[in-house]
Design a protein around this ligand. Structure first.
Ligand SMILES: *Cc1c(COP(=O)(O)O)cnc(C)c1O
Length: 420
């Protein structure tokens, strides 16, 4: 007998039709995702070769990378990775407990603890896994834990909170009055955790860490902060917005990624040693999975050490982002208000959003991915640009000129609300 998802018997479930319907639904809403096939040019950031379905190849400028500082190509990082590969080989060979803890892992956890001014840190295979595992495990360690979660928290935080299965209260985005009202309603003696992010990467706004931590303290709650889009980018040594705002000590658990500004891959939490030890001992998503390859951990160590010493690249990033926002606004393009390095431009319709993105790529050699539902709410579909220290004025000139042309041609809303 041959397995056939078409389903031969009339009474049987038509599996193929169900899968086709799932794809058709996404296509019908204009938010079917097509991945651009890119090969980044090492040593020539932010350029890449784009391979089309036909097999043809074109050079493009990447405008939406989360490798915000080009650390994925920093020679210091590459050297460390080459050395680790030659020294220690390809994979780690096991879970952390069963032969998978290399010296590079130990070094990286110490480096991360130091970066955030915490006693300890714990590595996970990605930022997603760190959020999912830590937030679910906290609910097991603290029975009855009530999690107060910002409504715009990342999917990985939501997954962890849901997986834990305990009570959760969603507060309006960055709304401390609403958070306080919810904290006040909860039993005074219940364990509580406020979970939020520093830089919200789709809007580019930044939360009030000091204010949130003060509220948490007032109501006896712990704090959990996702600094994924801020690590390496904010604070004198790249310790994130909590470092910039002098609030490191007010946050109980800081979570981050090694995959964005650090330029490699992996995730982590940093906290008091006892918190890290408890999560290390109970988190399934930490325990039962092969640890990161030493190549990655060695690259991350080199990247973090370099970033601690090079505050000037952070200043340059902010200057580039401010310049891009200014130039786009001057051209009447609807740049969304952002106080961070993120430059979102509102389109407001998934079909338009994809069309503009497709034309930027095919006609102008400019790559920016459309951001559609469910990543952002429907009606707020946007293009999200990231200007790095390596994006030149000439690249910005080309980008703004191309956007102006397409905004007119595709009849997308400009500033002031009128269609061009
Ligand atoms: C990307 C992202 C993550 C996940 O990090 P990865 O290392 O890419 O898995 C977590 N939180 C936020 C806010 C993110 O944007």
């Amino acid at each position: 007998m041959r397995a056939n998802i078409a389903g031969a018997k009339s009474s049987a479930m038509n599996y193929r039709a169900a899968f086709e319907a799932a794809v058709a639904q996404v296509k019908g809403e204009g938010r079917y995702r097509v991945f651009a096939d890119l090969k980044r040019h090492c040593g020539d950031f932010p350029t890449a070769t784009w391979t089309l379905a036909s097999g043809a190849q074109r050079d493009v400028i990447v405008w939406c990378s989360n490798d915000y500082l080009g650390q994925g190509q920093n020679p210091v990082v590459l050297d460390a990775m080459h050395h680790a590969l030659d020294d220690a080989g390809a994979g780690s060979g096991g879970t952390r407990n069963i032969s998978g803890t290399t010296h590079h892992h130990v070094e990286l956890e110490a480096e991360l603890a130091d970066l955030h001014g915490k006693e300890a840190a714990l590595l996970f295979t990605s930022g997603y896994v760190s959020n999912e595992a830590a937030l679910a495990t906290l609910q097991r360690i603290l029975p009855g834990l009530i999690i107060f979660s910002d409504e715009l928290n990342h999917a990985s935080m939501i997954a962890g909170i849901r997986h834990g299965g305990g009570p959760r209260k969603i507060f309006r985005h960055n709304d401390l009055e609403h958070l306080e009202a919810l904290l006040k309603e909860a039993p005074a003696d219940a364990p509580k955790l406020v979970a939020f992010e520093s830089v919200y990467s789709m809007d580019g706004d930044i939360s009030d860490i000091v204010g949130t931590a003060a509220l948490a303290k007032k109501y006896g709650a712990m704090t959990y902060l996702d600094e994924v889009h801020a690590v390496g980018l904010y604070g004198k040594r790249g310790g994130g917005v909590s470092e910039r705002d002098g609030a490191t000590a007010d946050i109980d658990i800081i979570e981050g990624t090694l995959g964005k500004a650090i330029g490699v891959m992996g995730g982590y939490i940093a906290a008091d040693a006892v918190i890290v030890d408890a999560i290390r001992s109970h988190a399934s998503g930490f325990i039962f999975t092969t640890s990161l390859p030493p190549v990655l951990t060695a690259g991350a160590v080199a990247s973090i050490r370099w970033l601690k010493e090079h505050d000037e690249v952070r200043a340059r990033l902010q200057e580039r982002a401010a310049t891009l926002k200014r130039r786009m606004a001057a051209a009447g393009l609807p740049v969304m208000p952002s106080v961070s390095h993120i430059v979102p431009v509102l389109v407001g319709d998934p079909v338009h959003c994809k069309l503009v993105s497709d034309l930027l790529l095919s006609e102008h050699g400019i790559y920016v991915q459309p951001i559609n539902y469910p990543t952002v709410p429907r009606g707020t579909e946007r293009l999200r640009f990231t200007a790095t220290p390596f994006h030149t004025n000439e690249m910005m000139d080309r980008l703004v000129a191309a956007m102006e042309t397409l905004w007119t041609r595709c009849n997308v809303q400009r500033l002031g609300g009128q269609a061009a």
